[in-house]
Design a binder for this molecule. Structure first.
Ligand code: ADP
Length: 395
């Protein structure tokens, strides 16, 4: 039986698991959703029957049930040889993935102050798999690590310096695993090495961020201290005037209410009043729903502004890259965004764009475009699996 690498991605109310073989091909995946709620559910991809969970199943129970279900279907091939965990915030402690030991767990706990919704559940996943597979090497792969190369001029806010020194207030950036994969894949498609490849990578899913990468190294990115800064997202506002908080307070909206509004009730959902789902929003706009049209306009315009802004951090550019559920699948969003960049000499081929670059290794730019434009499906799980086996083998 082939060796297995288990990849664990614990979100605030969900768990995604994936199994890879020793050649890093995905063998199976599974998802548990609405955890800690009465309608918690879990299933293995491709299976009709759901995996049974206890009522109000927590992360640990769901993880156990899914691992058991993998075993029942003979998908595990014995114990995993390594386990890779997605961890959202590594602060300044982690510049790259690490083998998890007690010291690493402590450091991830410390970083939880910066990501209170994410790091604690990531740790629950780590503790649960340590219990299930005590002898198996476990690796943490951080969303922030790829951005630890940002220069001070990109990561410092113009605040009193002591806020950074004493409290770690700075820009960290997220989605690093996906942006890193984009530079690997772009390099492969352009017949270059990652270390000589410079791109602007837009990861557009429920969360959205854009990163300037020069010679394989992250130079600037749109998310900041938290994943709220930058682009318009499904339910997150992205950039707002910090003066907003004072004004909202004068209207009786306190800090925790403002936090909820900006994180959960804003973005595409807030603007459209209908949905945070871009596909549904495009359908509504097609049927003449004006607030949805406007939400799309704001989304694309903000994104285009950030493409322009990211050029300031690069000396060289090989390609603009779209990824994530929206970036990979929405020809409309790509076209409407790139339209704003005509002054920079960037244009799309309508046909290639409509086909998501499927016939051209992802290329969707037109023949005259000053820079290639690519659509590349992201695969964060693959990066985590590779890191898990690299560090486990080096052990
Ligand atoms: P997550 O950040 O949760 O991983 P995804 O990367 O899967 O999310 O992206 C989800 C987003 O992608 C949703 O807004 C969804 O509507 C959007 N999306 C998926 N397919 C399409 C499509 N064909 N057209 C427009 N948006 C799409």
């Amino acid at each position: 039986m082939d060796e297995t690498i288990l990849v664990v991605n614990c979100g605030s109310s969900s768990i995604k698991l994936a199994l890879f073989d020793s050649n890093h091909h995905k063998k199976a995946s599974a998802l548990a959703e609405r955890l800690n709620q009465s309608d918690a559910s879990a299933r293995i991809s491709g299976d009709q029957a759901p995996v049974q969970l206890p009522e109000n199943a927590c992360h640990e129970q769901a993880l156990q049930a899914l691992v058991q279900a993998f075993e029942d279907r003979n998908l595990m091939g014995g114990k995993p040889v390594s386990i890779g965990h997605r961890v959202v915030h590594g602060g300044e402690s982690f510049r790259e993935a690490v083998l998890i030991d007690d010291k690493a767990v402590k450091a991830i706990e410390t970083c939880a102050a910066l990501a209170p919704l994410h790091n604690p559940v990531n740790l629950i996943g780590i503790q649960a798999t340590r219990k299930l597979f005590p002898d198996c090497p476990q690796v943490a792969v951080f969303d922030t690590a790829f951005h630890q190369t940002l220069p001070p001029k990109a990561y410092l806010y113009a605040l009193p310096e002591r806020y950074y020194r004493d409290w770690g207030v700075r820009r960290y950036g997220f989605h690093g695993t996906s942006h890193y994969f984009m530079v690997l894949e772009t390099a492969r498609r352009l017949n270059k090495t990652p270390a000589t490849t410079s791109i602007i990578s837009a990861h557009l899913g429920n969360g959205c961020s854009i990163t300037a990468i020069e010679d394989g190294i992250s130079k600037d990115t749109s998310m900041g201290l938290t994943p709220l800064e930058g682009l318009v997202m499904g339910t997150r506002s992205g950039d707002v005037d910090p003066g907003l908080f004072d004004y909202l307070a004068s209207r009786g909206v306190n800090a925790s209410q403002a936090h909820r509004v900006l994180n959960q009730e804003s973005g595409l959902l807030g603007l459209s009043g209908q949905t945070n789902d871009m596909r549904s929003l495009c359908e509504l706009a097609d049927h003449g729903h004006e607030p949805s049209e406007l939400a799309i306009d704001v989304f694309c315009y903000r994104l285009a502004k950030y493409f322009g802004a990211m050029m300031a951090s690069l000396n060289r550019l090989d390609a603009l890259v779209f990824t994530g559920g929206i970036g990979e699948n929405s020809a409309r969003i790509r076209a409407q965004t790139i339209q704003h960049l005509s002054l920079l000499g960037i244009g799309l081929d309508a046909d290639l764009n409509a086909h998501h670059g499927q016939f051209s290794e992802g290329h969707i730019g037109d023949a005259d475009s000053r820079f290639p434009v690519l659509v590349i499906p992201t695969d964060e799980e693959l990066v985590i699996a590779r890191e898990a086996s690299r560090l486990a083998n080096a052990n």
